[in-house]
Design a protein around this ligand. Structure first.
Ligand code: AR6
Length: 164
């Protein structure tokens, strides 16, 4: 049975086996969580993305790279739906969490930290982003023992804690 917890903090500071990146299909970096992870982890992450994902990733999918200089061992990159570009299918968002756990199982990660995928630049309403995350984490069979939701700021923390 996987534990699910919430902390207020920065995804790049999490001392877990794998941290999840809210990436885009190109998988070559960006802003928000993606920018923070590439900045904190250094150029090894981008080099790995280029080598492992020459054509990027599809929306809803996940794949792993090294975590470079971050405390984590791996980054699991997911591509959330961009609601601002008309990707409104909720199953694309739940798929990110399910696929991230599948990838964690492939690499043997036992602890994983998630940001609120799609809830920033990609414009998914935060309440539903939290519900999609929590219901999928609860429903997906996995060897992962700890899933940590990393809330960026106090209001995100209150929102997630209130729905956990
Ligand atoms: N740690 C934890 N959470 C964070 C951090 C951080 N350091 N920084 C922001 N958040 P976003 P998306 C929160 O925009 O919506 C990028 O350009 C933030 O408050 O990072 O999936 C990519 O390259 C929000 O709640 O991801 C893509 O093009 C959540 O993390 C695109 O943005 C996600 O915000 C992806 O957009």
């Amino acid at each position: 049975m996987m534990d699910i917890e919430v902390v207020e903090g920065d995804i790049t500071q999490q001392d877990v086996d794998a941290v999840v990146n809210a990436a885009n299909r190109a998988m070559r970096g960006g802003g928000g969580v993606d920018g923070a992870i590439h900045r904190g982890g250094g150029p090894q992450i981008l080099a790995d993305c280029i080598a492992r994902f020459p054509h990027g990733l599809a929306t809803g999918d996940a794949g792993w790279t090294t975590a470079g200089l971050l405390p984590a061992r791996w980054v699991i990159h997911v591509v959330g739906p961009n609601r601002n570009a008309g990707e409104t299918d909720r199953s694309l968002l739940t798929s990110c969490y399910r696929r991230a756990l599948e990838v964690a199982d492939e690499i043997g990660a036992r602890s994983i930290a998630f940001p609120l995928v799609s809830a920033g630049v990609y414009g998914w309403p935060k309440e539903d982003a939290v519900d999609a995350a929590l219901e999928t984490l609860r429903a997906t069979p996995t060897q992962v023992e700890l899933a940590r939701m990393v809330a960026f700021g106090r209001s995100a923390y209150e929102l997630i804690a209130g729905r956990l």
